[in-house]
Ligand binder design. Structure first.
Ligand code: COA
Length: 229
């Protein structure tokens, strides 16, 4: 695993950027006393969490069999920062004794037409989603950009609880739908969304087929959504 160059601390310019971005987040906290042995909290991320969860996200994508490599530039200008720069971001961490166990973040797509500082690959996804969303089927959609649980804490229901907390916040924001895309080969994630949480495949109204996306590496993703209203 290529972990030696990972950021342990935020460089000052990142810290300033993240501090202003994090101030936009709605405050949220849910405590679990007995569910996972020791007290566990799901809460809004703070500045001190950023290096830990960027590292965690990096290691998680490293482990994926279809991952073809994440660059240092990708780490600095990471998904989290891009998500927080978007409209209406939501970003939560699950932690036990200050150790991050998992995280989820995403943002509002209702303003999807405007120019925004997304990385190139995300622009493609958004272009595809915009075509879909402007078909009129959806009004206020929140997009889940990333969900991950650290390997030692899986199959205990943490991702399920992170998703439930995300839904709670998305409802508070008045969202009609949640949308996400996940690699077609990501069986754990697809089972979680579809079998456990009842997300359904998004259908492209033009072709009548399931909506698919392509990542920067050329991997195929499936779009899934959940109606909140
Ligand atoms: C996908 C992921 C977030 C699931 O996290 P988790 O905390 O283990 O998930 P949960 O414990 O809440 O699992 C709930 C359900 O999801 C399904 N599921 C989760 N992992 C699974 C696996 N390895 N195989 C089959 N089903 C799985 C099951 O239906 C499970 O219910 P069960 O345990 O009662 O059978 C985790 O495996 C992960 O971080 N993977 C790497 C990052 C990733 O792929 N993120 C999703 C990208 S969109």
């Amino acid at each position: 695993m290529r972990t030696e160059n990972l950021p342990e601390k935020l460089v000052p310019e990142d810290r300033v950027a993240f501090e202003s971005l994090l101030s936009k987040l709605a405050l949220y906290e849910r405590r679990f006393k007995d569910k996972w042995g020791a007290e566990t909290t799901i809460r809004t991320i703070r500045i001190a969490d950023v290096p830990k969860i960027v590292k965690m996200g990096y290691e998680m994508w490293e482990e994926q069999p279809w991952n073809k490599g994440i660059t240092q530039a990708g780490i600095r200008n990471n998904n989290l920062k891009a998500s927080l720069q978007a409209e209406g971001p939501i970003a939560l961490i699950a932690e036990q004794y200050r150790k991050p166990l998992g995280m989820i973040w995403g943002y509002d797509l209702s303003n999807h037409g405007r120019a925004c500082p997304y990385p190139k690959n995300l622009k493609k996804v958004l272009a595809k989603l915009s075509g879909y969303l402007s078909s009129g089927s959806y009004r206020h959609v929140i997009y889940i950009r990333e969900l991950a649980v650290e390997p030692g804490s899986r199959r205990k229901g943490i991702a399920g609880e992170l998703l439930d907390s995300f839904v709670e916040l998305a409802k508070q924001e008045g969202a009609d739908d949640l949308m996400l895309d996940t690699n077609v080969d990501n069986i754990p994630a697809i089972k979680l969304y579809v079998e456990k949480k009842h997300y359904v495949p998004a259908i492209d109204p033009r072709s009548g087929r399931e909506l698919r996306g392509t990542t920067a590496d050329g991997d195929i993703t499936r779009f899934l959504h959940l109606k909140l209203k």
